[in-house]
Design a binder for this molecule. Sequence first.
Ligand code: SF4
Length: 309
Amino acid sequence: MSVASITPDSNVSTKAAEKIALENNKLHKRLCRLVGQAIGDFNMIEDGDKVMVCLSGGKDSYALLDILLTLRERAPIHFDVVAVNLDQKQPGFPEDVLPTYLTSLGIPFHIENQDTYSIVKRLIPEGKTTCSLCSRLRRGILYRVADELGCNKIALGHHRDDILETFFLNMFFGGKLKGMPAKLVSDDGKHMVIRPMAYVKEEDTERYAEVKNFPIIPCNLCGSQENLQRKHIKGMLREWEKKHPGRVENIYSSLSTVVPSHLMDRDLFSFTDLQIDGVANPLGDIAFDEDPCSTPSTVPGIIPLQRNL
Ligand code: SF4
């Protein structure tokens, strides 16, 4: 379905309504393009796959399911989609919302009822973070459900900003250059986990959820404290983007342009075996030799570093 068909507020003038419809349509096209590109770049979905789309009731997973269904209609290959929600029995979880929505879409779905909420409450002392045990339990259950449903792929709704936040969390608190992969083999070695929204900005999923009026289920029903460090990093990235437009995109690009010889991981690059070969490398370090505080270079080939990066 085209998002242009979603009519804005009736009080808005026809011209304004047309403009909004055009913007909505562009957003839909952009999401389809970026999700299609990520699927292609990482060979996420192949002919004959059965993809289990994990639906939490949040904006990202709704957007993922919606865009995947659109792409499936246009794809030259055949793949099946099954939507799965894990009802963790959090107090106040509105049980009917997802079945009603999924029935209206007319696609196969499964609601898995497992009271992980009580397990987590019982095992984790009051005031301590519950997310790590909760996610571990959820992961195990979802792998089992994927097996039972005969799904070989498990699609998650994480987007570009989730990946970047995880990257900085790992760097700041784990001392590792490690993000969140667009594609990985599950811990049990039996499934491929894919993140087709890997190229999509969070602001686009937020806007898309509004446009499509997805029946969002609040994510704070478990009563757990929001991950404060992740929140802090999200704020840091938003602040950077405000002050230096394009910076976040550059950081994101850097995740797919890694130069092991210019890092320090001796497992990734064999520094001990490094030999001089007498061949000049025009793409070597010289571009960054200049003092960033000096006057701009006039030497051909030397790119002056920007101040206040
Ligand atoms: S926020 Fe609540 S539901 Fe989400 S992972 Fe943490 S404990 Fe689980």
